[in-house]
Ligand binder design. Structure first.
Ligand code: PML
Ligand code: MG
Length: 256
């Protein structure tokens, strides 16, 4: 990934047909790869989509394309893990962290009510922190953040120095949150997985960093949540363009 041409490699998997024909989202994945690493990236994403706790997909698309825009190199958000006993405690903590970023409670409640209406979203909902209005027009699909990855090898070094589970989920979530929060329109992100066997989620913002919360839902629950709280006074089209198109490489060195 270090030099030469860079490729975006992406995967989406669904069951009961493709997403655009009403299929239920199973899994998605985003990677950046040098030409020589495309095969490995495709295999990784294939495996990810095939073996998923949400079930067996009957639709999968894996694609790659050469990226022509220069990549932006950034440091990962600082990470903290908050241990909680119950989803109620976890959500109360998430809400108060979001309030710390200046978002009013009724806006958070309304945003959460809005995403709860969708049973399976593959992307995120963008909410204006001033009005509580949804700012993307992507309906049940939401906005999918694309074209981001760790610099090769930096994720292992980072995980080794942070007490995180070894699976790639946390590393992928940190990359996504780092990209999402790295734009002036971003205020905060609230996320937990739609996977029934994964209950840890997070609140992220530039100032708070990546705040993991160990329980945000019950096991067996397939309802996920991904909300990007944004400053609607900024140019939201350019934020969505950034989320979908700007290549971002996360770099981390031990001496930090
Ligand atoms: C997802 O898997 O869809 C999101 C996972 C978010 C939490 C990852 C973590 O920090 O444990
Ligand atoms: Mg998932």
């Amino acid at each position: 990934m270090q030099s030469g041409e860079l490729f975006s490699v992406r995967m989406r998997a669904a069951k009961d047909g493709p997403h655009e024909r009403g299929g239920t989202h199973i899994s998605g994945g985003e990677m950046l790869a040098a030409f020589g690493d495309i095969q490995q990236a495709v295999m990784y994403l294939l495996e990810k989509g095939l073996n998923h706790s949400k079930g067996r997909p009957d639709f999968m698309q894996i694609q790659f394309e050469c990226i022509h825009e220069p990549a932006k190199c950034v440091k990962p958000l600082k990470m903290k893990t908050n241990e909680v006993e119950t989803p109620e405690e976890g959500q109360a903590l998430a809400w108060s962290l979001l309030e710390e970023t200046g978002i009013r409670r009724h806006i958070i409640d309304e945003a959460y009510k809005l995403v709860s209406q969708y049973s399976s979203m593959s992307g995120a909902v963008l909410i204006d922190v001033h009005s509580g209005m949804r700012l993307d027009n992507r309906k049940e699909k939401g906005v999918r953040v694309s074209r981001m990855d760790w610099q090769s090898g930096h994720d292992e070094k980072w995980a080794g120095c942070h007490d995180v589970p070894l699976h790639s989920r946390v590393k992928e979530a940190v990359v996504l949150a780092t990209k999402v929060c790295g734009h002036r329109a971003a205020v905060a992100e609230l996320c937990w997985s739609d996977d029934p066997d994964y209950i840890t989620g997070y609140v992220a913002s530039k100032r708070l960093g990546y705040q993991r919360i160990t329980k945000l839902k019950e096991y067996g629950d397939e309802r996920g949540c991904r909300i990007f709280f944004v400053d609607g006074k900024e140019d939201i089209h350019s934020y969505i363009h950034y989320l979908e198109n700007q290549p971002v490489i996360v770099q981390w060195e031990v001496e930090e």
